[in-house]
Design a protein around this ligand. Structure first.
Ligand SMILES: [Fe+2]
Ligand SMILES: [Fe+2]
Length: 325
C-alpha cells in the first residue's frame, strides 16, 4: 500500500510527538489529519477504512440485484434509497481514508485488481426477495453493532463519517425487519421464504464480527489506540442479545438449536461457528467473490468516459479563468 510518507522528525522530536499522540489517545480526544501519528497507526487506519469503504461499495451488488424485481413500487423506492445510502457510505469512507495520504485511485485499483479485502458477507448470493429482508435485519444489524462504537474512534474523520453512517444503518435495519415481518404475516410459502433467508444469513452475519478474541491478533493494538472499543466476541454477544427478542416478534427461528442464555455466566451459549467456511470465503473462494470483483471492474471501466468528461470540463474552466485574468 503506497502512502505519502511524512518526513521523519529527528529522534528527540519523535519522542515528543509520540508523547503528544499518546496524551491525545489517553484523554479520549481525537487525532486529526495534520497531527503526527505513528506509522503503524496510519497504516492500520488506511487498511481498516479502505476495507470498510470497499465493503459499502461491493455491498451495493447483492441488493442492487433486486431493484428491478422488487415486488411493488414502494419496495423499489425503499430499496433504491438503501442502495444509494451504501454508495454514500463508501464515499464518506474513501474521503476519510484519503486524509491519511492514500489516493482514491490507489484504493480503486486495489479493489478492482482483487488485492483489497472487503467484508466477506457480500460474497453470498441473494436468490429470493426475502434476502432483502434478511440482509437488512441481520447484515445491517451486525454492521450497526460493529459501527456504533466506531463513532468514538480516535481518528476524527473516521469517527465523524461513522456518525452519519450509523443514522442511515438504523433505517436499513428497520426496512429489512419490516420486509421479513410482512412476509411472516403472509402465506405459508412467504413464511418459508423468510425463514430460509434467515437460515442462510444468520451464521455469516455472526462471522461479520471477525474471529474469536483469542485468534484476533490485531485487536489488542486497535483497542489500545482506541480505534476499536469492544472485542469481537463482546460485539457478537451484544448482537445475539439484540436478535433474540426481535426474532420472537417476527416469528422466525434462529437456526441454532444450542442457542440459550446462560444466567450464571451472563452470556449467550451458541453452537460452534464454522470458521472453515469463513476462511474459505475470506480467501476468495466464496460463492460470489469473482462475480463481485468482475462487476465492480466493469462498472469502473464503463465510467471512464464520465471521469474523462469531468476532467476535461475542469481543464476548460481553468483555461477560461486564466484567460479572463
Ligand atoms: Fe452502509
Ligand atoms: Fe446499510
Amino acid at each position: 500500500m503506497t502512502t505519502k510518507t511524512l518526513i521523519d522528525p529527528a529522534p528527540s522530536d519523535q519522542a515528543a510527538e509520540q508523547a503528544a499522540f499518546d496524551a491525545v489517545i489517553e484523554a479520549d480526544s481525537r487525532i486529526e489529519p495534520r497531527d503526527w501519528m505513528p506509522a503503524a497507526y496510519r497504516k492500520t487506519l488506511i487498511r481498516q477504512i479502505s476495507q470498510h469503504a470497499h465493503s459499502e461499495i461491493i455491498g451495493m451488488q447483492p441488493e442492487g440485484n433486486w431493484i428491478t424485481r422488487a415486488p411493488s413500487l414502494k419496495r423499489k423506492a425503499i430499496l433504491m434509497a438503501k442502495v444509494q445510502d451504501e454508495a454514500g457510505h463508501g464515499l464518506y469512507l474513501y474521503s476519510a481514508a484519503q486524509t491519511l495520504g492514500i489516493t482514491r485511485d490507489e484504493m480503486t485499483e486495489q479493489l478492482i485488481e482483487g488485492r483489497a479485502r472487503y467484508s466477506s458477507i457480500f460474497n453470498y448470493p441473494t436468490p429470493t426477495w426475502a434476502d432483502m429482508g434478511a440482509i437488512g435485519w441481520l447484515v445491517d444489524g451486525a454492521a450497526i453493532c460493529n459501527q456504533v462504537p466506531l463513532c468514538r474512534a480516535s481518528y476524527g474523520p473516521y469517527a465523524r463519517a461513522m456518525v452519519r453512517i450509523c443514522k442511515e444503518e438504523s433505517f436499513h435495519q428497520r426496512q429489512g425487519f419490516e420486509i421479513l415481518l410482512t412476509l411472516m404475516q403472509g402465506t405459508e410459502a412467504q413464511q418459508r421464504m423468510a425463514q430460509d433467508a434467515v437460515d442462510r444469513w444468520y451464521w455469516p452475519s455472526l462471522m461479520m464480527f471477525g474471529p474469536p478474541d483469542d485468534e484476533s491478533p490485531n485487536s489488542a493494538q486497535s483497542m489500545a489506540w482506541k480505534i476499536k472499543r469492544f472485542s469481537n466476541d463482546d460485539l457478537r454477544q451484544r448482537f445475539i442479545g439484540m436478535l433474540v427478542p426481535q426474532a420472537e416478534v417476527l416469528g422466525v427461528t434462529l437456526p441454532d438449536p444450542e442457542l440459550r442464555w446462560d444466567e450464571a455466566a451472563g452470556r449467550w451459549i451458541t453452537s460452534d461457528i464454522d470458521w472453515t467456511e469463513f476462511h474459505e470465503v475470506l480467501a476468495g473462494r466464496g460463492p460470489m467473490n469473482a462475480e463481485r470483483i468482475r462487476r465492480r471492474r466493469e462498472a469502473h471501466e464503463d465510467g471512464a468516459w464520465v471521469r474523462e468528461a469531468a476532467a476535461e470540463y475542469a481543464r476548460t474552466q481553468q483555461r477560461r479563468r486564466e484567460e479572463a485574468a
